[in-house]
Design a binder for this molecule. Structure first.
Ligand SMILES: N[C@@H](CCC(=O)N[C@@H](CS)C(=O)NCC(=O)O)C(=O)O
Length: 206
């Protein structure tokens, strides 16, 4: 399977970490790809007209996107219900927790894009600030619950929130403000799936 990949995308990283947790890393061939909302990759568009990473192209040519759909597919190949529980109540709770963490990733990616513009929309930046303080507080209150669940989709996504914030928003100082979340992250950050897939900016020397 071919995975259109970037070392800076939190959504790609969800797929990489999930594949590792499911024992499927060897089945993924990564295709380094650069995309931005104003710069689509022309080789990717025929597979995914949204032009987004991650996109997984199966051996029969079928293209899967977005990250959640890809992870569902990997779960299926691995025998199911390892990262997302199958019983209805536990599944909905896992997906709800994922939606909170994943929505935050969406916000952080949009915030970074906006913050790099010469002319920033102040109302948008203010909304990002307001929403992110509410989301951090909710994650702090939820970290213990996620920590008590098997290491699955929501834990993977929360770990990636923590590491993406460290990677792209180092001045936030979230670890001092949210100690429960920080100590949960420290307890899981050396899992091989996370430790072997760190974010890096390929445009800068490592
Ligand atoms: N909901 C999507 C979000 C994917 C996404 O936003 N990917 C970014 C990279 S981090 C992207 O491809 N941006 C380029 C674009 O939107 O044109 C998922 O979960 O896969």
């Amino acid at each position: 399977m071919k995975l259109y990949w970037s070392s800076t995308s939190p959504f790609v990283r969800k797929v990489i970490v999930s594949a590792h947790e499911l024992g499927l890393s060897d089945r993924l061939e990564t295709i380094p790809t650069r995309v931005a909302p104003n710069k689509p990759d022309l080789a990717l568009l025929p597979f995914n007209p949204l032009g987004q990473l991650p996109t997984l192209v199966l051996d029969d040519g079928t293209a899967l996107y977005d990250s959640l759909v890809i992870i569902e597919h990997l779960e299926h190949i691995a025998g199911g219900a390892k990262l997302i529980p199958s019983s209805p109540a536990a599944r909905i709770e896992e997906l709800r927790l994922h939606a909170l963490c994943n929505g935050f990733l969406d916000l952080l990616v949009q915030w970074r894009i906006e913050s790099m513009k010469d002319t920033k929309q102040i109302a948008l930046i203010n909304a990002f600030n307001l929403k992110s303080s509410m989301i951090w507080a909710r994650l702090e209150a939820t970290a213990e619950q996620i920590g008590q669940r098997p290491f699955g989709l929501s834990a993977i996504t929360l770990a990636i929130v923590a590491e993406y914030a460290d990677f792209r928003f180092p001045r936030l100082g979230w670890r001092e403000k949210y100690p429960v979340l920080s100590s949960w992250h420290q307890s899981i950050q050396s899992r091989p799936s996370l430790a072997s897939s760190k974010f890096f900016d390929s445009s800068k020397p490592q």
